[in-house]
Ligand binder design. Structure first.
Ligand code: ASP
Length: 594
């Protein structure tokens, strides 16, 4: 830590070390632990730098000794005393300051603490997360949380340091703005001055960073807060932090190169895996084909295989109807496994939960299968399937017959489940990969329209034929670390006509486009450079680097999975007057109890 200043301390607790022996010091902090030992009172005093032992002695501590008796955990204290070396047999090897202690000569309690709802010292995992979040200011006192936030600081500092060094300017963009194009639901803020009008909180600074390129800023970054009002899916926060980057006069390879250097720098500063030279790249189609996902975890095999060709002539009704309906039969070889029937049934339920109609399981036995499905397939088909799956005696095979996206999603997830079940992942291995060459759009069957896979400002690769949007590829890239997306971005459309054509293909009519994104379309007409960028989920990166279970553990004041801030009680009703000023009423049907 830096120099200790202020009237309460001359040294940091965690830095009471050899060079201070025989010196008088003043330290300040919280009572971490208190022990009474036959007349002597030992206090572990804690500040952000660490812990030091204080000794209150009836002979030498004078008036301070009485206070020593009264102290309770989490009381705030400033003490003065001499630093001494502890007797050899009382050295605490667990503490960096464990060879020393402060013999207290003066002490002042600066604040009393009530008994905390959970122990800060000796915290056990049994404390429920709701309690931790309710008393977050106490939870944050714990070493674990402090380390997480220190790491977060290091990560963000390294980002700023690297990008600043490469000529990127840190520029803030508005939080009260209009809807941005990430496709989630907006958080809205009613305007008092314009009743009936609303700001939207940004889902990302996407449009502003593009405008900054049009304004000639060349290289921009921001540690930006983003807001997406989504049904909180697994471990997400509606309010989260992105490292947002944009640059001009570049193509895909340039953005990737800068970002490989950025990640190498950040990981080096924050204890992540070493990135030496270029990272691996994989096409989207290959990722989907081999792993069923655009976020493949490459640390283990169990790759997906397409089995349609082996079953072209099949008379097994279930397979036949899927193939005739344009679906796929895909499978994976889980290796030589023992699995009781109950667990196989569990896999079937899991597949159904994930959206498949069913799951075929089989163990290779001789030239055929031991499987309830074996009797529906010919010998030749079984042999062909075994061959395509590389199945050896005793291997467990899993097959899904369904629409392609369903088969991929289900097998992609089962692959991950199995890796965990059979402990196939070497936790020391790290695989970073760029997923490139994305489709520009995907068909939304529910809404019967094309959706942008990334966002509507992503530039197509090569020519764009609006009559065949499904064929268009995108100049987009995502970076994936051990199966988790860290960030993603694209080269953007910098031509107003192309932007309008893409909007058109996405079913965004000219009027809607003008209404929502008119300012961008207009700006594109005043000389827009080719540009592109990326955004990273900062919370996720820190979580991964720290090895935390949830991103909530690396955010100082997170919300619960359902969006509540248990500390402040947000969201909360506001008073009648505020509502009146905003010209807002709440519909009865939306109020609790209706
Ligand atoms: N704005 C995008 C997002 O939030 C990232 C980008 O395209 O740069 O996903």
């Amino acid at each position: 830590m830096s120099e200790a200043i202020g009237p309460y301390r001359t040294a940091w607790c965690g830095e009471v070390l050899a060079d201070q022996v025989d010196n008088e010091v003043k330290v300040a902090g919280w009572v971490h632990r208190r022990r009474d030992h036959g007349g002597l009172i030992f206090i572990d005093l804690r500040d952000r730098s660490g812990i030091v032992q204080l000794v209150f002695n009836p002979d030498s501590s004078g008036e301070a000794f009485a206070l020593g008796h009264e102290l309770r955990p989490e009381d705030v204290l400033s003490v003065g005393g001499g630093v001494v070396r502890r007797a050899e047999d009382t050295v605490n090897p667990e503490l960096p300051t464990g060879e020393f202690e402060v013999q207290v000569t003066s002490a002042k309690r600066l604040a009393k603490a009530e008994t905390p709802p959970f122990q800060i010292e000796g915290f056990s995992g049994e404390v429920g997360e709701d309690t931790r979040l309710r008393y977050r200011y106490l939870d944050l006192r714990r070493e674990q949380m402090q380390k997480a936030l220190e790491l977060r600081h290091r990560v963000v500092a390294a980002m700023r340091e690297y990008l600043g060094g490469e000529g990127f300017l840190d520029i803030e963009t508005p939080v009260l703005t209009r809807s941005t194009p990430e496709g989630a639901r907006d958080f809205l803020v009613p305007s008092r001055q314009q009743p009936g009008s609303f700001y939207a909180l940004p889902q990302s600074p996407q449009l502003f960073k593009q405008l900054l390129m049009i304004s000639g800023y060349e290289r921009y970054f921001q540690i930006a807060r983003c807001f997406r009002d989504e049904a909180t899916r697994a471990d997400r926060q509606a309010e989260f932090t992105q490292l947002d980057i944009e640059m001009s006069f570049v193509g895909v390879d340039d953005v990737i190169a800068v970002n490989e250097r950025l990640l190498a720098h950040v990981f080096e500063r924050a204890g992540g895996p070493e990135i030496a030279g270029k990272m691996e790249r994989m096409g989207y189609d290959e990722a989907m084909g081999r792993f069923g996902t655009d976020r493949p975890d490459l640390r283990f095999g169990l790759e997906l295989v397409d089995l349609g060709d082996a079953l072209r002539e099949t008379e097994f009704k279930v397979f036949r109807s899927v193939l005739d309906g344009g679906g796929a039969i895909r499978g994976l070889n889980a290796g030589r496994r023992e699995m009781p029937r109950s667990e196989l049934d569990g896999l079937i339920s899991r597949a159904q939960e994930l959206g498949a109609k069913g799951l075929v399981w089989a163990f290779r036995e001789g030239d055929g299968w031991r499987s309830p499905t074996a009797k529906f397939l010919s010998e030749a088909e079984l042999a062909d399937l075994n061959q395509r799956l590389g199945a050896e005696e005793g291997d467990l095979l899993l097959l899904v017959a369904d629409k392609v996206p369903v088969a991929n999603a289900v097998l992609g997830q089962l692959r991950l489940d199995l890796a965990e079940r059979f402990d196939l992942i070497d936790e020391n291995e790290n695989r970073l990969v760029w997923i490139v060459d994305w489709p520009l759009m995907e068909w939304n069957e529910g809404e019967k329209r094309w959706d942008a896979l990334h966002h509507p400002f992503t530039a197509p690769a090569g020519d764009f034929d609006p009559s065949d949007p499904g064929a268009a590829r995108a100049q987009a890239y995502d970076v994936v670390w051990n199966g988790q997306e860290l960030g993603g971005g694209s080269i953007r459309i910098h031509d107003a006509e192309m932007q309008e054509a893409v909007f058109g293909a996405l079913g965004i009519d000219a009027e809607t486009a003008r209404d929502r994104f008119g300012f961008l379309l207009e700006a594109l007409r005043y000389g827009a450079p080719p540009h592109g960028g990326i955004a990273y989920g900062v919370d996720r990166i820190v979580q991964r680097l720290f090895g935390a279970e949830t991103i909530r553990d690396v955010i100082a004041f997170p919300k619960t999975a359902s969006g509540f801030d248990l500390l402040t009680g947000a969201p909360a009703p506001v008073d009648e007057l505020q509502m009146r000023e905003l010209g807002i009423g709440i519909h009865k049907s939306k109020l609790a109890g209706h």
